[in-house]
Design a protein around this ligand. Structure first.
Ligand code: DAH
Length: 357
């Protein structure tokens, strides 16, 4: 009996988990356990022997049972301690940083441009980035042989062998949105169309994908004077300089007649570019009065309607406004750059709240 007692108490003390403990319980005090088997032997004993052995066996059984219960409680305590230790949390740690991600300067500038034109009554229109060559070229009065097609470094989509239809293109400018909008909504209209455009060109000032914003305003008596006022309003608001000077230079685009390229006033003092002062000029967009053939292609009667259009590089005006020297940095996904040049997610640009703060 002493052997039984020492063995089981030692093994109970060593048990590492509840399953081991339960196995020990069955083995020691279960129905067919060691102590129970001993108890069965009581029957074969003399009454004197039984009187001594009976209480001893019962006491042994009780002792093992309470050792089991105590160990079980100790294991549960240890498990709880372990859990508390591993699930420990330092509630005094600083909260998560307020600015985890940032708004990309191009998204920010697109929002700024949209806010300014919305204030002048322009709605936002969209078109597909993969378009037919009809929308991208023909409808804009750029026929197949036209040099402008060759100059655009167009990306053509692949067509299956034997499919003779002209290939789709990655739009080379946002101008096809003019046609799509006219087809759908006719005249009068006042829209801008910001979005991605694509050309096979890559250096410090060109990336194969970049951003433009198109403008289109049609009505009965819209003139170049309206165009000039709208653009000057835009530049003053965008660059946050009152009375910024613009220069309209005669130019040529197939989709406008007359056409003008527009420069804004700037200075280059000590290698530092300043917009809205000095006597230098920076080209920022192309524009003009919408060509009658373009109106026709959009299903708008040129005898009844006329208007202006313009196309501006978003990346370029973003670089100018925020002093970003290399266009390619926009698309490098360098986190340090994004944190430096990015904007807070809650700084939504509005005219009354400030555009860039
Ligand atoms: N689509 C021209 C380009 O990508 C820009 C442009 C010029 C758009 C004159 C116009 C416009 O709407 O009138 O170079």
């Amino acid at each position: 009996m002493d052997d039984l007692r020492d063995t089981y108490l030692a093994r109970i003390a060593d048990a590492a988990d509840e399953a081991t403990l339960e196995a020990l319980r069955v083995e020691a005090v279960g129905k067919k356990g060691a102590v129970s088997l001993k108890m069965r032997e009581l029957g074969k004993m003399s009454p004197e022997e039984r009187q001594v052995m009976g209480p001893k066996l019962n006491a042994l059984k009780d002792e093992i049972n309470s050792a089991l219960a105590a160990k079980k409680a100790a294991l549960a305590d240890a498990a709880l301690d372990e859990r508390l230790r591993t699930e420990w949390l330092d509630v005094t740690l600083p909260a998560r940083l307020r600015r985890q991600g940032t708004i990309h300067p191009i998204s920010q500038v697109t929002e700024e441009v949209t806010a300014i034109f919305a204030d002048m009554g322009f709605a936002v229109a969209e078109g597909p980035q993969i378009d037919t060559d009809w929308y991208n070229f023909d409808a804009l009065n750029i026929p197949s042989h036209h040099p402008a097609r060759a100059e655009m470094d167009t990306f053509y989509m692949h067509r299956a062998e034997g499919d003779d239809r002209p290939p789709h293109v990655l739009r080379t400018h946002t101008s096809p949105v003019q046609i799509r909008h006219m087809e759908k909504y006719g005249a009068p209209c006042r829209i801008i169309a910001p979005g991605r455009v694509y050309r096979a060109d890559f250096d410090q000032t060109h990336t194969p994908m970049f951003h433009q914003v198109e403008g289109l305003a049609l009505d009965k008596d819209i003139s170049m004077a309206n165009l000039k006022w709208v653009l000057e309003e835009f530049f003053a608001a965008f660059f946050e300089v009152d009375g910024i000077k613009t220069r309209f230079r005669a130019s040529h685009f197939p989709f406008t007649e007359p056409s003008a390229e527009v420069d804004i006033q700037c200075s280059w003092e000590g290698g530092q570019l300043k917009i809205g002062e000095g006597d230098g000029w920076l080209e920022v967009l192309g524009s003009g009065m919408v060509h009658p053939k373009v109106l026709q292609a959009g299903g708008v009667d040129p005898a009844e309607w006329q208007g202006f259009a313009f196309g501006m590089g978003i990346d370029r005006i973003a670089m100018l406004k925020y002093g970003i020297p290399d266009l390619r940095a926009f698309f490098d996904s360098d986190l340090r750059w994004l944190r430096h040049y990015g904007f807070g997610a809650l700084d939504v640009p509005t005219l009354h709240g400030g555009l860039s703060r």
